[in-house]
Ligand binder design. Structure first.
Ligand SMILES: Nc1ncnc2c1ncn2[C@@H]1O[C@H](COP(=O)(O)OP(=O)(O)OP(=O)(O)O)[C@@H](O)[C@H]1O
Ligand SMILES: [Mg+2]
Length: 342
């Protein structure tokens, strides 16, 4: 494109200046031959400067039009892409009662992984209103399991239900509305804090936003910024720390106020203080809701109603912290390893 533009503009510029040159040279010859007066030449040169600006404008207009057409084509190309996961024809909106989640015999593999299963025969029941944790080694499939619940990917086999209704039979819009997801790597838009928060609730007032920031332990931080809610977070939130991004995401979920919460703890190391702030923020918003915590720091989940140890995409052990420690199995091993690291 730049190559084209270079020759285009150079060509136009050359012709534009040649126009003056020809006028002056031609006029000089005509004057020398006695066919014209100096005043004629001057008048002509003045005319030239009147004629050129509209031509310039026309050229710029064509350039903009071409760029616009090209961008619009790209836009329609993107908009025409059919999503891989579509609603069933008779999909109904999900009505959440107590938000009991059940995975039965679920198998799934990523397309790019040549059929190798990430989860197979996964069975998991999360009673409504309870708080459970998924733990396991890196790559065990924890993030994949919760992504299947939100239907970011389509399971290959088995069923996933919320209050007895298969998530395939409900509209994705209602499903996504029912689930608040604080992701492992938070996605923020290159916009202000206010706009990023409003992604959770588009008509939230500033008062509600500040309230959400309070719950998410971000109030003091945003207060201390000279531009407050109008502070730009940078592309993908680069101007915020990892912990701040996750807390912003928690504030967003608080505004959305869904019955099911998923918190995928960041793996990157956070200092203990920041970690405690995040944990506390999540505890604030998860009261009375069904919540799934994917924990890498096991210290934070001791009070969960149930802990599932995930290994190679299926449940290896399940129980409370005390039960699992008493069992002295996979969880106890993980617990001891992690405690040594900390
Ligand atoms: N989009 C993807 N495409 C292909 N393979 C993937 C994709 N996402 C994850 N995987 C693979 O699936 C397996 C499970 O990944 P997953 O992200 O669920 O692990 P995890 O338990 O969340 O790990 P961590 O504790 O590090 O977050 C891994 O082997 C990973 O390489
Ligand atoms: Mg993960």
């Amino acid at each position: 494109m730049y190559k084209q533009m270079a020759s285009y503009h150079a060509g136009i510029g050359f012709m534009r200046d040649a126009y003056y040159l020809i006028t002056v040279a031609g006029g000089a010859i005509l004057i020398a031959l006695g066919f014209a007066e100096v005043t004629d030449l001057l008048t002509f040169v003045l005319y030239v400067s009147v004629v050129l600006p509209p031509i310039d404008r026309l050229i710029n207009f064509t350039e903009q039009l071409q760029q616009g057409i090209a961008s619009f084509e790209r836009f329609t190309e993107v908009m025409d892409i059919k999503p891989e996961i579509e609603d069933n024809k008779d999909a109904k909106p999900l009505e959440v009662k107590d938000a009991t989640i059940k995975f039965s015999d679920v198998s799934f593999s990523y397309e790019s992984r040549s059929g190798e299963k990430v989860t197979s025969h996964l069975d998991l029941t999360i009673p409504g209103g309870s708080r459970v944790a998924l733990v396991g080694e890196s790559g065990a499939g924890k993030t994949t399991i919760v992504s299947l619940l939100a239907r970011f990917y389509e399971r290959d086999k088995g069923s996933i239900t919320i209050d007895g209704v298969d998530i395939k039979d409900v509209t994705q819009e209602s499903l996504h509305k029912a689930i608040g997801f604080v992701q492992q790597s938070v996605f923020l838009f290159d916009a202000s804090i206010r706009e990023n928060l409003r992604y959770g609730k588009s008509d939230a007032t500033d008062e509600e936003l500040w309230q959400a920031l309070k719950v998410a332990n971000l109030y003091e931080f945003v207060q201390s910024l000279p531009e407050g809610l109008d502070t730009e977070v940078g592309e993908r939130g680069t101007r915020l720390s990892g912990g701040q991004k996750q807390r912003l995401s928690i504030a967003r979920v608080f505004l959305k106020n869904p019955p099911i919460l998923i918190f995928d703890e960041a793996t990157s190391s956070l200092d203990t203080e920041s970690e405690a702030l995040i944990q506390d923020a999540f505890n604030n918003i998860s009261k009375g809701k069904t919540s799934i915590v994917i924990a890498h720091r096991l210290s934070t989940i001791a009070d969960c109603d149930k802990i599932f140890v995930i290994e190679k995409g299926s449940v290896k052990e399940a129980g409370t912290h005390q039960e699992l420690l008493a069992k002295n199995g996979a969880y106890a091993r993980l617990y001891n390893v992690k405690r040594d690291v900390l």
